[in-house]
Design a protein around this ligand. Structure first.
Ligand SMILES: Cc1cc2nc3c(=O)[nH]c(=O)nc-3n(C[C@H](O)[C@H](O)[C@H](O)COP(=O)(O)OP(=O)(O)OC[C@H]3O[C@@H](n4cnc5c(N)ncnc54)[C@H](O)[C@@H]3O)c2cc1C
Length: 374
């Protein structure tokens, strides 16, 4: 078999589905391949909810990207007719000098974003679900909220297909090669040819880049849903999304109860795993450790455990993303925008990838994400 496309995308998760949509919108002949049938629960994009926030504590360079992401999520809601984003406002909570509070304040000030710094007492009184200790403060940002990842993926995939993209699921890519004129991708069905290749294989990306060692580590992360003991406090009208640096360098985050319980999770501190052998069972000691944090800071959520889901972060050593051309194959673009915080950007990353592939440049400063093969 030898079928020709403009671009082949390997991995149709958050990033690949968005790239397929943006390339198909530009009239490109797109082939997307995935080893599973997205949206699925084996990679990095499952668990019903993801945080979107604008006063980006990780670095101010993300702010223009997130502002474009907000525009694109709104456009995608209209194009797909699906509800993708629920605005709740958001709180970044910690000591004044913590990474989340100092970083969010820096981004908010640099980009003149609406925000307010609240004392712990103000947080406890306005949002009784959240019980920060007296030495903590919180940066309130009104535009933060919740994305529904499985629905976002479905929206991108459905619209990409409608625009002519060929998306083949349960067809893992086994290998690829490139020469000066084209790329060739092999699956158990045969070989496909294209002008360009994008690798967006999430936690499996290290098995694909053809002789290249990416500096990524895959980290197991557990999402927990607890039955609230005081459900009213956790209604989305009364409980914004919240992200805490509750001890120096230790983070957790949570959502209001959208019907399935109060979702909370740690940010990092997970085991480094192989994506093919990750343990998806959650151990009682993991539940107990999460419950201890809930009991201290969200006491009204300390009811019975409803469910759990293990997921994977693909981490760069400095917590930023990896988006770059293959160093020896200029037709091959590699994108691992994860490090545990990539979902909110998936639509704008899809647009960036499409721009890099079709115009050779993106409209954003990507310096944090490039030249990363140390
Ligand atoms: C628990 C958890 C919570 C998170 N919370 C947030 C949050 O609140 N906000 C936020 O912005 N981000 C968050 N993130 C990060 C965000 O979800 C990820 O950055 C994003 O989902 C990564 O998308 P991806 O496309 O790289 O990976 P995925 O969506 O996993 O897609 C990779 C795809 O590649 C496919 N694939 C792999 N190998 C092959 C192959 N050989 N051939 C074909 N296909 C292949 C896989 O099947 C998969 O579908 C969180 C992540 C986790 C795990």
């Amino acid at each position: 078999m030898a079928i020709s496309f403009d671009v082949i995308i390997v991995g149709l998760g958050a990033m690949g589905s968005a790239a397929a949509y943006h390339l198909a919108r530009r009239g490109k002949r797109v082939l997307g391949l995935d080893r599973f049938a997205p949206p699925h629960a084996f990679g990095s994009s499952h668990g019903q909810t993801r945080i979107i926030r604008e006063a980006y504590f990780e670095h101010p360079l993300y702010v223009p990207l997130i502002q474009r992401a907000y525009e694109l999520w709104a456009e995608l809601e209209i194009a797909s007719g699906r509800s993708l984003l629920r605005r709740t406002g958001g709180l970044m909570i910690g000591r004044p000098a913590s990474v989340v509070v100092a970083g969010a304040t820096r981004s908010a000030c640099e980009y003149s974003l609406p925000h307010t710094v609240l004392s712990a007492a103000e947080v406890r009184s306005r949002f009784p679900a959240l019980q920060p200790t007296d030495e903590m403060v919180a940066v309130w940002e009104p535009r933060a909220g919740i994305l529904f990842p499985e629905i976002c993926l479905e929206a991108h995939l459905t619209l990409a297909r409608a625009l002519g993209a060929e998306l083949r699921t349960e067809e893992p890519v086994l290998s690829w090669e490139a020469d000066g004129r084209s790329v060739r991708v092999t699956t158990f069905e045969g070989a496909y040819h294209a002008g360009q290749l994008v690798l967006t294989a999430g936690s499996w990306i290290q098995s694909l880049p053809n002789g290249l060692k990416l500096p990524l580590a895959v980290e197991r992360q557990v999402q927990f849903w607890f039955e609230p003991r005081r459900p009213v406090e956790f209604q989305p009208e009364r409980c914004p999304i919240h992200l805490w640096e509750y001890e120096p360098g230790r983070f957790f985050y949570g959502f209001p109860d959208l019907g399935g319980g109060v979702k909370v999770a740690r940010h990092h501190e997970g085991e480094i795993v192989n994506p093919d052998s990750i343990n998806r069972e959650v151990r009682p000691e993991e539940v107990n450790a999460m419950r201890a944090v809930v009991r201290q800071f969200l006491p009204g959520a300390d009811g019975p455990l409803r469910s759990t889901a293990a997921c994977m972060y693909s981490n760069m050593p400095d917590g930023h993303f990896f988006i770059d051309w293959h160093p020896t194959h200029p037709r091959v673009l590699i994108a691992s925008p994860c490090s545990g915080h990539g979902f909110k950007f998936s639509n704008v990353i899809g647009e960036v990838l499409a721009n890099l592939l079709t115009e050779g440049q993106a409209k954003f400063d990507l310096s944090l994400f490039r030249n990363r093969l140390f």
